[in-house]
Design a protein around this ligand. Structure first.
Ligand code: ADP
Ligand code: ADP
Length: 237
């Protein structure tokens, strides 16, 4: 369970990106975060894993306030937060398998993956995940040889190898064509359900949010302006 309580972020520039966000994400729930550019979606996701330092409020993951953790605690907590990025953030010159294995190190350790030997059980689990996302034939291909949709599948497998509690997904489809975008959203939401993971998916395509998420939260100017089932979403957000 992830609980965000009165979260604020004021950037050094004075931008008030989050103005007191409170929401609770129960275990297993898939939430889409929508809103216009500049609404604060990225800032919210990045505050949860502390790529951005919150200015105020609390973020509790299974009871632990992430905003109060020191470096070691934060490293541990981040293993429970699986990140999936718009631009994939793959290691381009490494293979698909090496990229997925880097998930074991948490994203702070991505660069170290080529230098490490991983236990066979990690390799087996990575292979199972690659089968599940449909990339078993690409295990030894270099990341820079893949299409956008294939790269995002690698990103998904990498996040899942971390064995996270929560998936934090930042605009996963913004660089993809519409058909591939739907496939990727389907894959992320199905895998979250299969594994009982909660997910926050930052997506500004409202139709995709409605099609795949069970709950939609609308942000505008750093505030929640909608929180409910996708069917209740009017065009007002
Ligand atoms: P998106 O809407 O896809 O999140 P943005 O164009 O808002 O993309 O932001 C792109 C990058 O620039 C992000 O890393 C964001 O943190 C940073 N950024 C956005 N707005 C500002 C700003 N006013 N000053 C400095 N950096 C910014
Ligand atoms: P979204 O993801 O919804 O497009 P962002 O979280 O990127 O929104 O941005 C929210 C607000 O914070 C915007 O006004 C943006 O300009 C500002 N912002 C984002 N990143 C930075 C940054 N690194 N420095 C200063 N302002 C930023």
């Amino acid at each position: 369970m992830l609980e965000i309580d009165g979260l604020t972020k004021i950037y050094p520039t004075g931008d008030r990106a989050l103005q007191g966000i409170t929401l609770q994400l129960p275990r297993g729930q898939v939430l889409a975060l929508i809103g216009p550019s500049g609404a604060g979606k990225s800032t919210l996701i990045r505050c949860v894993n502390r790529l951005v330092e919150p200015s105020g409020g609390a973020i509790r993951l299974n009871g632990t306030d992430l905003t109060r953790l020191g470096p070691a605690g934060l490293r541990r907590a981040r293993r429970k937060l699986g990140m999936i990025f718009q631009e994939y953030a793959l290691l381009e010159r490494l293979t698909v398998m090496e990229n997925v294995l880097s998930g074991r190190l948490g994203y702070v350790g991505f660069w170290a993956s080529a230098l490490r030997r991983f236990p066979q059980r990690d390799v087996d689990e990575a292979f199972r995940l690659l089968q599940r996302v449909g990339l078993e034939a690409f295990v030894d291909k270099r990341a820079d040889a893949l299409s956008g949709g294939q790269r995002q599948r690698v990103g998904i497998a990498r996040a899942l190898l971390q064995d996270p509690d929560v998936l934090l997904v930042d605009e996963p489809t913004a660089s993809l064509d519409p058909k591939t975008a739907r496939q990727i959203m389907r894959l992320i939401t199905e895998l979250a359900k299969e594994r009982g993971l909660s997910a926050i998916i930052n997506i500004h395509d409202v139709a995709l949010a409605k099609a795949f998420a069970e709950r939609v939260v609308g942000l505008r100017s750093g505030e929640i302006v909608f929180d409910g089932a996708p069917e209740r979403l009017s065009t007002a957000v």
